[in-house]
Design a binder for this molecule. Structure first.
Ligand SMILES: Nc1ncnc2c1ncn2[C@@H]1O[C@H](COP(=O)(O)OP(=O)(O)OP(=O)(O)O)[C@@H](O)[C@H]1O
Ligand SMILES: [Mg+2]
Ligand SMILES: [Zn+2]
Length: 577
């Protein structure tokens, strides 16, 4: 049975916290107790807080629910000046600023969900330096006027980037507006930077440092393992079966929970069917009006509704302590996303269940999103032409101006294009975040080369999706698969808590079979998927027909009339069956 994340010898080292001095510890203890009602810091928190108080730029990687917010809240109270917190999701920002207000700390929230009046009032109070904390999105900070308001009247001493993996092009939830944080940090006069995330592979850590231009960041990594989360996968062969299994689950598991679906449409459908089944349920996605989003979030957080059905717009950072289950109605695009979303469960540290309803065809939904995410050479071309055109008139061009001229390109793709042009030395960005052309008449070949970066990214995303599928189909410990993915080494083989550890899949093959011992991902099953009746082959037993698939167990009927069950990893589909 596993209890500790062990420190590893690889590049991805899980660090042990250091001891702070007794005097400073006593001071913290008092603030902790009086302001936050918390008695002791958790592992990792002390080290991060100490690092920030020492003015070091810090990147903290700690599990979901570990208490990363406190790592900026506490130092913010001890450092004079304002703390700016950059958050990717409005749901998250709302919750965090509300919490701080409850503890009597001034927190402003500036994002697209505010009414014009609310925004005016918030801006005015930021101008008066009334707040200790300013929560905002990277998109909003990219607005020169807003940045100026924050900059002129306030001394920003701490700059927090929550969910910092969004910076990284290799991260699962890359947000183009994060690409300009380096310019924003510079415009704010280089405050101490604290970046926080639960999900960063080594590549993402390096990229975060690069993108922020802070190569000497102090990285503190306490690993991602959470022993109270019980992972499980339930395979279904169609939508109706998925729905039926979901009803069973929400009835069977007591307490509140989240059901995640991949699209707005699916959220609405699942919500409706649960409602019709008499469940206490509410929903959340990015296409609801700001007002409805707020209302729905409140209803779930307060316990007025037991079940939240949501897209990943209600994902990262959300902190309701007593969520007993997180069910995925469709698989997410990567294990990072899955770890983040399922990490909403069990934050009170009591047991909670994380269940994926796996229907092989759901992979296509994610594949569809993948195809549309990044700019190609044509987008880059278009942005560059418009810059050349506008530059003649005005010299400096703003993002909104560009957006107006380039209606067909989404804001995200526009931002990535601009970043690529910046990296390629064709464009510069000034203190007001306006764009200036440095060089005219660049060759199309040069532009095409710049856009190649994202061909890589697309390939990586595809590989991440394959890993997600592997997770769904594996017979190994689910936790081990996740830890391995994040490059984390632990000295145990079985968490003892996931479905595969509790009920090991039947193994018809001998233990000596080499594939059993190699914990690698090269065995990710390739298409086509295992349909009932399709022809497959198994080492030693040869060809047969699939009778049923349950989780990662596949039952096969052989020509001699025998029926045997195998682990999915040993079964090779035959095409054209
Ligand atoms: N030292 C502590 N002792 C007790 N509770 C704590 C402590 N630190 C934080 N908490 C509580 O733990 C909960 C989770 O904290 P928080 O939301 O900061 O997690 P997080 O690390 O940001 O997770 P995520 O990655 O999901 O955003 C909060 O309700 C917080 O009040
Ligand atoms: Mg958080
Ligand atoms: Zn396990």
């Amino acid at each position: 049975m596993a209890s500790h994340v062990h420190s590893s010898g690889s590049s991805h080292t899980v660090r042990q916290p250091t001891e702070p001095s007794i005097a400073s510890r006593r001071q913290w203890q008092q603030i902790l107790h009086e302001t936050f009602g918390i008695e002791h810091l958790r592992p990792g928190q002390e080290e991060v807080i100490e690092s920030v108080l020492n003015g070091r730029n810090t990147l903290a990687i700690m599990p979901t629910g570990a208490g990363k917010s406190l790592c900026y809240q506490l130092p913010a109270l001890k450092i004079p000046g304002v703390t700016v917190v950059v958050s990717p999701l409005i749901a998250l920002m709302k919750e965090q600023s509300m919490r701080l207000e409850e503890t009597g700390l001034g927190a402003a929230e500036v994002n697209s969900a505010l009414s014009a009046r609310e925004e005016r009032s918030a801006l005015q109070r930021i101008g008066n330096a009334d707040y200790e904390f300013v929560f905002t999105t990277p998109e909003r900070l990219s607005d020169p006027e807003f940045l100026e308001t924050v900059r002129q009247k306030n001394h920003v001493s701490l700059f927090v980037i929550d969910e910092a993996h969004c910076i990284s092009r290799w991260g699962h939830d890359f947000r183009p507006a994060y690409l300009h944080l380096d310019a924003i940090i510079e415009a704010l006069g280089h405050p101490t930077v604290l970046a926080l995330t639960a999900t960063a592979t080594d590549a993402v850590v390096e990229d975060i440092k690069q993108q922020l231009g802070l190569l000497d960041m102090h990285v503190i990594n306490t690993g991602i393992y959470r022993p109270n989360l019980q992972y499980r996968v339930i395979a279904a062969t169609d939508e109706a079966e998925k729905l039926a299994r979901m009803y069973d689950l929400v009835r069977e598991i007591e307490g509140s929970g989240i059901v995640y679906a991949a699209t707005v449409k699916a959220v609405e459908e699942v919500h409706k069917s649960l409602q019709q089944a008499g469940e206490s349920v509410i929903f959340y996605h990015g296409q609801l009006s700001a007002k409805v989003r707020t209302q729905n979030q409140d209803m779930f957080m307060s316990g007025a509704r037991r079940i939240m059905v949501a897209t990943n717009a209600f994902g990262m950072g959300i902190d309701k302590s007593d969520i007993r289950f997180v069910i995925h109605f469709q698989m997410p695009a990567s294990l990072e996303a899955y770890y983040q979303e399922s990490g909403r469960a069990g934050r009170d540290r009591d047991p909670a269940q994380c269940i994926l309803l796996y229907f092989a065809r759901d992979k296509q939904v994610q594949q569809f999103f993948l195809a549309r995410r990044y700019p190609g050479a044509a987008d880059l071309d278009a942005v560059y032409s418009v810059l050349q055109k506008l530059h003649v008139d005005s010299g400096v061009v703003s993002l909104p101006q560009l957006h107006e001229e380039l209606e067909d390109i989404s804001e995200g793709r526009l931002q990535v294009s601009l970043k690529l042009l910046k990296d390629g030395g064709l464009v510069a960005q000034d203190e007001q975040l306006g764009y200036r052309l440095l060089r005219r008449n660049a060759k199309p070949r040069e532009l095409a080369k710049l856009s190649d970066t994202y061909r890589d990214k697309r390939e990586r995303d595809q590989a991440a999706l394959e890993r997600m599928v592997f997770y769904a189909q594996t017979g190994f410990c689910r936790w081990k698969v996740m830890l391995e993915y994040f490059g984390e080494h632990v000295d145990w083989q079985h968490c003892g808590n996931c479905d595969n550890c509790r009920q090991p899949p039947e193994q018809s093959l001998s233990a000596e079979h080499p594939r059993r011992h190699s914990f690698i991902f090269n065995n990710i099953p390739k298409e086509p998927s295992l349909d009932i009746g399709s022809t497959v082959s198994v080492p030693r037993f040869g060809e047969g027909h699939v009778v049923s698939v349950a989780g990662d167990k596949v039952t096969i009927n052989f020509p001699d009339g025998s029926t045997k069950t195998f682990l999915r990893a040993y079964v090779t589909p035959k095409s054209n069956s």
